[in-house]
Each structure stands twice: as structure tokens, then as C-alpha cells.
Design a protein around this ligand. Structure first.
Ligand code: NIG
Ligand code: FE
Length: 400
């Protein structure tokens, strides 16, 4: 089996969510899986003929980064709405006037699979250029069976020819499409009775998400979506408490969601429910920044209650047009007051858990050996810079 021998590295294993850096560390990977990691002098074996040797020359090595919440597959842009918001309109005003998510739905429905793959592929390449090796991609800009499945197929197809694992999440309950205007419950029936079963049958979705919000879906409608997901054996995640507190965090916990995302308006009771359920809090500082929100997620309470915090770009045209996981780490620290160590754990091991993936996110025996070599020595440097950093090299394998 092909072996990779990493030597001369400062390895931030992220075991237990901590830096626990091994200076002058070594790592052995066999068939893309870590078989040993530790100080070089304890390396249990010498180089074998045929080993691929990676000499990090003293540089920092981290696990491959994981962007666990993106809406990467869409067509068009929302620059005009950005201008409208700068002129005083709110995100909700624009959504209620038929813009917002629905304007991207229009562009996405009109786009061919090839066009979508091209536009989304260049965003994905930008992500990967920063050391990302696993990306979650949601649908949610198709909003009918044909177009939602089209977006999920495009998302899955993006992994071809790239060294990345793509996981897909069906976000049919993102907005009520124009043809169901005023009939949200009927649209939820379509999501539950046609979309979820078809996506599950075609193996196109790993999880199901919903936008539980005043301008999205009610907690009752979200329950219906989650019940259907459960029936079809799909994991659940939730856009919860982003713009108001509909107690989405508690609802996500009740359904043992792998993650509850956004959480700006979550209260202490919601945080305690997440902790009890083991649901990961996914924080999205890009959306907070871009919408110029003022209410930060309850980070102090999440930390105190031991809720794992992941962070992600939320890459989407309306609230977070960003492909930069590194800049997101910086924003998580500057805007939400995470420590740089928490930020790195948030894009490695906690992000893996937010996707229900146990096989990655830390460099320890048994985990995938996707790793990144950085032009840095201290892990805190990754969150310190605002922009402009690129890895020296990324060692990852296609989804196995
Ligand atoms: O995560 N909140 C809902 N969904 C996206 C925004 C989508 C859009 O505006 O296009 C989000 O912020
Ligand atoms: Fe989102």
C-alpha cells in the first residue's frame, strides 16, 4: 500500500480540539490513513523503499481544513442587492419584495448543469487553494424537484478531478418558490413527499437542512421536514436563530441534528439543549459581517456549556459572498471573540463532527491523512492574518 512519510514538521494534530503541537514531528500514512504520528525520534520505522517523503522543513502542518456550511452551487450574483442594502434596504425587505434568495433561484433555474459546474467550480477551486479538503454544499436555489436534484448532482460532480470530499445537504426548505406563493405548507409537502424521497433514493443527499425563520419556515414546518429526513435515514442540520429567536437551536437538538448553524439569537436554554444533544454549533461570521448584524452568537455560553463550535464560510451570494475559510477564522476571532485555537478546531475536528464525519479533522491514527503544510510556525498565525495567506502544499486524496 502507498505510504507517505511526513518528516520535519510542527504538527498541530488537533487531537481533542487542541493545538497540542508536536515539534519536530513525523507522521506515517498508509493508503491515505494516518497509521502513526509523534516525535520524529520515536518514528517506529525508517523510510521504506517506495515511500513518498514530505519534508516540511520545520513548517507547521495541520489537518486538511473543512468548510462545513456552504451554498456554493448557484448562478448569478447579488451585487445589485448589496447596493440596495448600502442604500438602506434590509435583507428582510429585499426578501419580502421577491428578491433575495428568490433572485438567485431564478438565475439558478435558468442555468445549465455545465454552466453551474463552471461557476461553482471556480469558487470551489478558490476554497481549495486555502487548504480546504472537505466541503459541504447545500442545495436551496432550485426549489423544485428537478432543479434541486440538478444542484445536488452538480455539487457531487464537482469532486471529480479534484482532491476534495464533497458532502451534500438538501435545503429544499430554504424559501417558498414563486409558484407556491402563499402556500408554504403545500410547498413543505412537496419537499417532504417528493424532494426528500427522490434525493435519498438517488443517493444525492447526506443530510437535510431548513431555514427556520420569519422569512423562511416555521418551527412546525421544520418539524415536518425533519420527520421526512428521519424517515429516509438522512442526517439533519438547521439554519437556526439567525435573524430572530424561534428556538431553532432547541428544535435542532430535539432531532439530534448534527449541527445548528448561525445561532445569533439563541438563548441560554437553547445552548443547554445543544450541549445535552451533542449538537455542534456552526458559527458563520461572514454572514454576520456582511449583514452588519450587531447581535453576536452566545459564544461565552457555548464555551461554558461545552458545545463544540465549528466555523464555516456560509459561501452564498446573499449573505456571505466569500470562499475564504482563513478569513472566516480571522472574523470568528475578531467579531465573535473565539481564540485562534478555537478557530482552528472550528475548521478541523468540530467541522468534521458538524458533518457527522468521524474519519477526519485531526491527525491521529485511523483518521484520514489529508494535511496542509503552512508557511507558519505558530498555529495562531492562521487566524491572525486577515487575507493573503496560501498553504505551501496540500496533501489530500479524492473521496475514498
Ligand atoms: O445562510 N439564511 C439563509 N440562507 C443563507 C442566505 C441565502 C441567500 O441570501 O441567498 C444564509 O445566510
Ligand atoms: Fe447558510
Amino acid at each position: 500500500m502507498a505510504r507517505t512519510l511526513l518528516v520535519n514538521a510542527r504538527i498541530a494534530t488537533m487531537r481533542g480540539g487542541r493545538y497540542s503541537t508536536i515539534d519536530d514531528g513525523a507522521m506515517i500514512a498508509e493508503g491515505g490513513v494516518v497509521s502513526w504520528v509523534g516525535p520524529r525520534e520515536l518514528a517506529p520505522t525508517l523510510k521504506r523503499a517506495g515511500d513518498e517523503v514530505v519534508d516540511a522543513k520545520g513548517a507547521l502542518v495541520t489537518p486538511g481544513l473543512i468548510d462545513c456550511h456552504t451554498h456554493l452551487v448557484y448562478a448569478g450574483n447579488r451585487a445589485r442587492e448589496f447596493e440596495m442594502r448600502l442604500g438602506g434596504a434590509s435583507y428582510e425587505d429585499i426578501a419580502r419584495a421577491g428578491g433575495g434568495i428568490l433572485s438567485t433561484v431564478k438565475a439558478t433555474r435558468a442555468a445549465s448543469e455545465a454552466q453551474l459546474a463552471r461557476e461553482s467550480g471556480s469558487r470551489l477551486d478558490a476554497m481549495l487553494s486555502e487548504g480546504v479538503t472537505t466541503v459541504e454544499i447545500k442545495s436551496g436555489y432550485g426549489l423544485d424537484v428537478e432543479n434541486e436534484l440538478k444542484c445536488l448532482r452538480v455539487a457531487r460532480g464537482l469532486a471529480e478531478g479534484r482532491k476534495v470530499t464533497i458532502t451534500t445537504t438538501l435545503l429544499g426548505a430554504h424559501a417558498v418558490p414563486p409558484e407556491f406563493k402563499g402556500r408554504a405548507d403545500d410547498y413543505v409537502s412537496l419537499v417532504c413527499e417528493e424532494l426528500i424521497p427522490q434525493a435519498a433514493k438517488a443517493g444525492l443527499a447526506d443530510a437535510v437542512d431548513a431555514f427556520c425563520e420569519g422569512i423562511g419556515f416555521s418551527p412546525q414546518q421544520t418539524r415536518r421536514v425533519f420527520d421526512a429526513a428521519r424517515t429516509h435515514g438522512l442526517k439533519v442540520k438547521l439554519h437556526a436563530d439567525q435573524l430572530s429567536n424561534l428556538h431553532g437551536a432547541a428544535l435542532a437538538a430535539e432531532y439530534h441534528a448534527v449541527s445548528a448553524d448561525h445561532l445569533e439569537h439563541t438563548d441560554l436554554a437553547g445552548v443547554k439543549r445543544l450541549a445535552a444533544a451533542g449538537t455542534v454549533a456552526v458559527l458563520l461570521p461572514g454572514a454576520f459581517y456582511f449583514l452588519r448584524e450587531s447581535k453576536v452568537p452566545p459564544v461565552v455560553a457555548l464555551r461554558a456549556e461545552g458545545v463544540p463550535m465549528a466555523i464555516a464560510t456560509d459561501c452564498n451570494p446573499g449573505t456571505s459572498p466569500s470562499t475564504s475559510i482563513l478569513n472566516t477564522m480571522n472574523m470568528a476571532c475578531t467579531l465573535f471573540r473565539l481564540t485562534p485555537e478555537e478557530a482552528l478546531a472550528g475548521v478541523t475536528m468540530h467541522a468534521a463532527r458538524a458533518l457527522g464525519l468521524q474519519d477526519r479533522g485531526a491527525l491521529e491514527p485511523g483518521k484520514r491523512a489529508d494535511f496542509v503544510v503552512w508557511d507558519a510556525t505558530d498555529p495562531a498565525e492562521l487566524a491572525w492574518t486577515i487575507a493573503g495567506r496560501k498553504p505551501l502544499s496540500v496533501i489530500a486524496r479524492p473521496r475514498g
